[in-house]
Design a binder for this molecule. Structure first.
Ligand code: ZN
Length: 336
């Protein structure tokens, strides 16, 4: 099992597909040839032995068998969309790898390779794997599959941060870290896009804001920016004391959408992770509140990240976001 980590939008899932091509290519070169039939099928997201799973909304059906079918249909639809539009934005904050999706992985992994060679299972944003909701059996079965994959089966997981993965997965993963791209690479990529044409100042502003992420550079809306803004506001309120903290919890409700709340939690986790980097003497990629750095030790920040991870899991369930925010902000205040 391989885990590709790195910031949002630097091409982790793209690299996973490239690895699939490399394994299946008929030319057996150091790089996939991009011309043979398997190479082209992978490129067109149509290779029968390459299974790409992405977080999806929780299936609506109640019966487990129906849920799996629904998950399969939803993923097929996402792949159809990506075939039509290869550059995709971030998935909705409420999407996850639900138990139904996990069962789908198991079902497909139980079959043999259609073309008789390797099979590659790509699990994008694997930190959105839901391990709870009383479905330990499915989660454990997946873990077993990841630990001891059948011969000629490769599992490639992607995640922004390896620390967000379930501990059982993390301990067995071979991590491979992808770095941010350079400004020159982002500029070149944006320059090659036919639509929309950017004026030079617009291009430079976009390159600067992207901070080495193609995903951020092509972000069609400012949802990510809004999520980071909300996360910083929350941290400021937490660090300012009980009064501002409570005020913030009361003021923030109701959330326009649960997805927005989840996106804020993702941004919060990322901000804390950046603060950890800075505490450890590396340069942060995003501005972090000064007061987060006063501990000079990563421990409080890691504890805070664990609380955010718990809140994130709870947010996928049916917990009221305001209640979650009240609990989370008190937990953060206690450790930060
Ligand atoms: Zn090839």
């Amino acid at each position: 099992m391989l885990v590709l980590t790195g910031p949002i939008g630097v091409g982790k899932q793209r690299l996973a597909l490239w690895l699939a091509q490399l394994l299946l290519c008929e030319a057996d070169g150091a790089e996939p040839c991009s011309r043979c039939r398997p190479c082209r099928l992978v490129q067109e997201l149509g290779h029968p032995d390459v299974h790409w799973y992405v977080p999806i909304p929780r299936p609506k059906a109640t019966e487990p068998g129906k849920q799996i079918e629904e998950a399969a249909e939803t993923i097929a639809q996402v792949m159809e969309d990506r075939r039509a539009k290869p550059l995709y934005g971030p998935v909705d904050g409420m999407s996850s790898h639900s138990i139904a999706a996990v069962r789908l992985v198991q079902r497909q992994a139980a079959l043999t390779a259609v073309e008789g060679r390797y099979r590659i299972f790509i699990l994008g944003e694997a930190d959105r794997l839901v391990a709870q909701e009383g479905a330990d059996v499915a989660a454990n079965a997946l873990l077993k599959l990841l630990e001891e994959p059948p011969p000629a089966n490769l599992f490639v997981l992607t995640s922004v941060d390896v620390r967000r993965l379930l501990p059982t997965i993390r301990s067995r993963a071979v991590p491979l870290r992808l770095n941010r791209l350079t400004d020159a690479e982002v500029r070149e990529f944006l320059g090659a896009q036919p639509q929309p044409a950017l004026t030079p100042p617009e291009l430079e502003a976009r390159v600067a804001a992207a901070q080495g992420s193609i995903g951020a550079a092509i972000g069609t809306d400012d949802a990510t920016g809004k999520a980071y803004h909300a996360a910083i506001q929350l941290l400021d309120a937490v660090l300012a004391g009980p009064g501002p903290r409570l005020e913030r919890v009361i003021r923030q409700t109701p959330w326009a959408a649960r997805g927005e709340f989840s996106a804020m939690l993702d941004a919060l986790a990322d901000t804390l992770s950046e603060a950890t980097r800075e505490t450890l003497g590396h340069a942060a990629h995003r501005p972090v509140p000064e007061r987060l750095l006063r501990h000079r030790s990563p421990d409080p920040l890691l504890k805070a990240m664990a609380h955010v991870a718990e809140a994130r899991e709870a947010a996928w369930g049916n917990v009221n976001p305001q209640l979650l925010l009240a609990t989370l902000s008190a937990e953060l205040a206690a450790v930060l």
